[in-house]
Design a protein around this ligand. Structure first.
Ligand SMILES: N[C@@H](CCC(=O)N[C@@H](CS)C(=O)NCC(=O)O)C(=O)O
Length: 205
């Protein structure tokens, strides 16, 4: 029953999927992608990473991949069992996708870590605006974590593993790009999340 994750270790969304696989103890291989190829276009209509292939069943969108990993494989539960906890997890997954991923990943991390090293020009002022937007959204995550150890309650869930790579990648930014500063509950949460073996096991080199 081979499990193949199509993506890059340097993609935050691929990293979230890898965290779920590691927490679950699932063996998998990671396969690099050529986003422009016809084959990849057949796997993902928007040509993004990751795509999971489990024995021929393919699924894209990192939240769907993580949910599938949790439900298709034995191991510790990565989602709350109760309806309120599940709703809370889904709430933060959705809020992350709309309000954090777009400004932080597309607005800051891609220009800084993908475009800049390749000499592709981008608008510095826009990056600072997007970083401020990401920071503003993260304040709501921080407020929740000031009274709850994890986003959906007492245990980490898919929402925490979705957020972790964006926080970890943001830690390396400097100046106006830094969207992770001044968020004390998120700092404390980072200490807990990065102490888990899944973090070290998936850290991009
Ligand atoms: N909503 C998607 C977003 C995936 C995404 O944007 N992945 C990035 C890498 S971190 C990507 O494939 N970028 C390539 C591109 O947009 O051309 C998910 O959660 O899987």
């Amino acid at each position: 029953m081979p499990v193949i994750l199509h993506g890059s270790p340097f993609s935050t969304f691929t990293w979230s999927a890898r965290l779920a696989l590691a927490e679950k103890g699932v063996e998998y291989t990671i396969q690099g992608v050529d986003l422009r190829s016809d084959d990849y276009g057949k796997m993902h209509p928007w040509r993004r990473m990751p795509v999971l292939d489990h024995d021929g069943f393919r699924v894209f969108e990192s939240a769907a991949v993580m949910r599938y990993v949790d439900e298709a494989f034995p191991g510790p539960a990565l989602q709350p069992a109760d309806p309120a906890g599940r709703a809370r997890m889904t709430q933060w997954l959705s809020a992350f996708a709309d309000n954090v991923a777009i400004p932080a990943v597309r607005g800051v991390l891609i220009p800084r870590y993908v475009l800049a090293p390749r000499g592709i020009p981008f608008d510095e002022a826009k990056v600072a605006v997007r970083a401020a937007e990401a920071h503003g959204s993260l304040r709501h995550f921080d407020a929740t974590l000031s009274s709850s150890p994890y986003l959906a309650g007492a245990e980490p869930s898919l929402a925490d593993w979705m957020l972790l790579p964006v926080m970890a990648s943001g830690g390396g930014l400097t100046g106006a790009d830094r969207y992770t500063d001044g968020l004390p509950a998120l700092d404390a949460w980072m200490v807990r999340m990065t102490a888990r073996p899944s973090f070290a096991a998936t850290l991009p080199h």
